[in-house]
Design a protein around this ligand. Structure first.
Ligand SMILES: *Cc1c(COP(=O)(O)O)cnc(C)c1O
Length: 386
């Protein structure tokens, strides 16, 4: 076993060795600029990008032309929301999103508000799922975009995407979904799911960091976007800048592997997750956050009552790499906005741990984790009693 045991796959994943192998030739042997139309170096690179675009499109059921490569999901999210806001300003200025979205969505919406936009932040129920009646009630004539994530990164909770897209369609509003945690883990199909714009990222699915994509629907309806990065007109003018050819090749390979292996892999990973969960739930005053039913196969977000969050993390993180329910970006850690939105108080949010398993998680690692978590929590609770 390699220590610390990695159970933070929702933060990032290691590159699959098959992805690295596919990328290597594009660093030096085939180093061309995909936009160089006048010689073989460029053609070679362009061909590799075209092939990757097909691999990526296939995984989400889109046309290759509907894929815009970006530097990751954060950039794709910015392009989707800001691009729609600028293009459709003649129609309206209202956007609907959810309080449990990733910061990349929430902070982009805050920027929109500073620029004269209006944003409605829908609450969620205790299980992390939105109430569709709230969504429908929030729509008004000025609404131009509904932005709801496919799967939550902290809890794995899945939103009712098809119901949401049906409501958006009925009211003639565009639907953007941040599917960074869903793509590659569960079936995602932009046509069947009725999604108009969708962000996702290579490094969450065993591809390299620094590359992602925005899906932009080209018919029924044709979505128009104001570019946020201007320059050489790459990516049909929607995202200028020399393409990250090795990164894109790796992203394509990562998507192909998910396409072929997702079905069997998700069964295996959910078994490991379930084993971990039932092992830890043997403790008293322990609860799982978010919907247990509508959830990604690899995540379990667990609150440990009567245990100080800080001490819990310190006790665990030497041998198990996990994330906590606190955002440690500032000096005084803030409780997770996602867990707060589910109704957890600050203490409960702080003493929550996100376990996220993945492709390389082993049975042995799960056994170790259960044992170590049980030991650590019991020890902490004893010291509280003293
Ligand atoms: C990781 C993540 C992002 C950000 O993706 P990057 O590619 O790292 O910019 C956005 N949304 C969700 C749900 C994520 O999990």
């Amino acid at each position: 076993m390699k220590f610390p045991v990695y159970l933070d796959y929702n933060a990032t994943t290691p590159c699959d060795p098959r992805v690295v192998e596919a990328m290597v030739p594009y660093f030096s042997a085939h180093f061309g600029n995909a936009a160089s139309r006048s010689h073989a170096y460029g053609w070679e690179a362009e061909e590799a990008v075209d092939f990757a675009r097909e691999q990526v499109a296939k995984l989400i059921g889109s046309e290759p032309k509907e894929i815009v490569f970006t530097s990751g999901a954060t950039e794709a999210i910015n392009l989707a929301i800001k691009g729609v806001f600028e293009t459709y300003s003649g129609k309206g200025n209202h956007i609907i999103t959810v309080s449990t979205e990733h910061k990349a969505v929430l902070d982009t919406c805050k920027r929109i508000e500073k620029q004269g936009g209006e944003v409605t932040y829908l609450p969620v129920k205790n299980d992390g799922i939105i109430d569709l009646n709230d969504l429908e009630a929030a729509i008004k004539p000025e609404t131009i975009l509904i932005a709801v994530m496919f799967a939550n990164n902290e809890t794995g909770t899945l939103q009712p995407i098809r119901e949401i897209s049906a409501i958006a369609k009925k009211h003639g509003v565009l639907f953007f979904s941040d599917a960074t945690q869903a793509v590659g883990k569960i079936p995602v199909n932009v046509l069947e799911d009725g999604i108009d714009l969708m962000s996702f990222s290579a490094h969450k699915i065993y591809g390299p960091k620094g590359v992602g994509a925005l899906y932009v629907r080209r018919k029924n309806p044709r979505v128009r976007l104001t570019p946020q990065i201007d320059g050489g007109g790459h990516e049909r003018g929607m995202r200028s800048g020399t393409l990250n050819v090795p990164g894109i090749v790796g992203f394509g390979k990562a998507c192909e592997l998910c396409m072929n292996e997702m079905e069997a892999e998700s069964v295996k990973i959910s078994q490991l997750r379930n084993k971990l969960e039932s092992g830890v739930l043997g403790l008293e005053d322990v609860s799982v956050n978010g919907s247990a039913e509508h959830r990604l196969p690899n995540v379990s977000n667990i609150s440990f009552g009567q245990a100080d969050g800080n001490a819990l993390m310190t006790g665990l993180n030497k041998t198990i790499a996990v994330s906590s329910g606190s955002a440690c970006t500032s000096a005084s850690p803030e409780p997770s906005h996602v867990l707060k939105a589910l109704g957890l108080d600050d203490d409960r949010a702080h003493s929550s741990i996100r376990f996220s398993a993945g492709r390389f998680t082993t049975d042995e690692e799960i056994d170790y984790t259960i044992e170590h978590v049980l030991k650590t929590v019991k020890k902490l609770r004893e010291t509280i009693l003293l």
